[in-house]
Write a protein of this length. Structure first.
Length: 161
């Protein structure tokens, strides 16, 4: 028997009944998926967007590394110079050098170091004090890190106050 054609009005009513009267078993089966997509998904999206917003807006300083430079030593009131222990120094130019230096940058002369135990003076390249026998090496590391200072504070900062 050939199929009977359905009139358009009956077809429209059948289609409308599928929308107005849903299949409740199918919808209950989709509830966990709708819960994940509808609640957890937007929550995770907002969390990721907040994290990205904070990462983009956090203030990061710029650290510029520099080589350690000699420091000029100021004279005492009587015109003499007092050199600190365990710091290489040049007696000719009165400069204090970083711990890894062994010769003066100006005249290439040997630097001296004062022993912290008995105040005897030894060359900076020598690791053993000949008087007290203390063995030590200058500097905590062979590659000291010096941070170069910026020129001025930012506009509207502490300079205004």
């Amino acid at each position: 028997m050939p199929p009977t054609p359905v009139d358009p009005w009956t077809g429209f009513l059948q289609w409308l009944s599928t929308i107005l009267i849903p299949d409740w078993n199918g919808l209950i089966g989709l509830l966990p998926l709708l819960l994940i997509v509808g609640v957890v998904g937007p929550g995770l999206s907002l969390l990721v967007l907040y994290w990205l917003y904070n990462r983009l807006n956090e203030k990061r300083g710029k650290v510029r590394l520099d080589d350690p430079q000699p420091i000029a030593l100021s004279a005492n009131t009587d015109g003499t110079y007092t050199y600190p222990p365990n710091v290489p120094y040049c007696t000719t130019h009165h400069l204090l050098y970083p711990p890894t230096a062994h010769e003066c940058d100006i005249d290439r002369g040997d630097l001296l170091v004062r022993c912290p135990v008995d105040d005897t003076v030894r060359p900076a390249g020598q690791q053993l004090c000949r008087t007290c026998g203390t063995r030590y090496q200058l500097g905590a590391s062979l590659a000291p890190v010096v941070v170069r200072r910026g020129g001025t504070p930012p506009a509207g900062g502490a300079a205004v106050a």
